[in-house]
Design a protein around this ligand. Structure first.
Ligand code: 5GP
Ligand code: MG
Length: 178
């Protein structure tokens, strides 16, 4: 079993480069056929999605644009929840088909807040493409349109995802060894 040490923890290989490549091509093919003629605007959520976004976009062959957003977290006033605000979005999205490009959907709260925030800008439609989904962790009623992989509810690193800022550069996905 291939393992890697990131900072002070050991991780073992979950998804190989080849598996990732094949799954991303499948997602791209579906987007190419679903959104043909819709001139979509892809919105990649930094930092985690940078690698997925780069590889996905190489397989997108319909006219489209890509932009990048970041979510700033701050403590909300209500019920101690964290509020996430979108920044970096300079494009107008009214009337457009927007595809959010995410690294991972865990509880789903991040995506839910992003959807809420983008909806106020009147897009024609918002779709969600995520590299990873943890179905067992999902706590929101969300329609995730495109998923490259469903994975167990364990902590993972690599392919854009970090452990304390490290491991984003790994070209494969690794899971924490308990
Ligand atoms: P959610 O709001 O869906 O619970 O969480 C989404 C965010 O949590 C992701 O964008 C990511 O930053 C972080 N996250 C969730 N699960 C993992 C994981 O297994 N590994 C890493 N590195 N980040 C995760
Ligand atoms: Mg993220």
């Amino acid at each position: 079993m291939k393992t890697v040490k990131v900072k002070d923890k050991e991780f073992s290989l979950l998804l190989s480069e080849d598996q990732i490549k094949i799954a991303i091509k499948k997602v791209a093919d579906r987007i190419n056929s679903d959104l043909d003629g819709k001139n979509p605007l892809f919105l990649a959520v930094l930092n985690g999605s940078f690698m997925f976004a780069a590889d996905l976009m190489k397989d997108i062959n319909i006219p489209s644009q890509i932009s990048f957003v970041k979510l700033a977290s701050y403590d909300g006033m209500q019920s101690g929840g964290t509020v996430k605000e979108v920044f970096g979005l300079s494009e107008r999205i009214d009337g457009r088909t927007v595809v959010i490009v995410e690294d991972i959907v865990d509880s789903g709260r991040t995506i839910q807040q992003l959807l809420f925030s983008l909806s106020s800008r009147n897009p024609a439609e918002i779709r969600i493409a995520t590299f990873l989904l943890k179905p067992e962790a999902l706590q929101c009623d969300l329609k995730i349109d495109y998923v490259a992989f469903e994975i167990p509810n364990d902590f993972i690193v690599g392919y854009g995802l970090d452990y304390d800022g490290y491991g984003r550069n790994l070209s494969e996905v690794y899971t924490l060894v308990h």
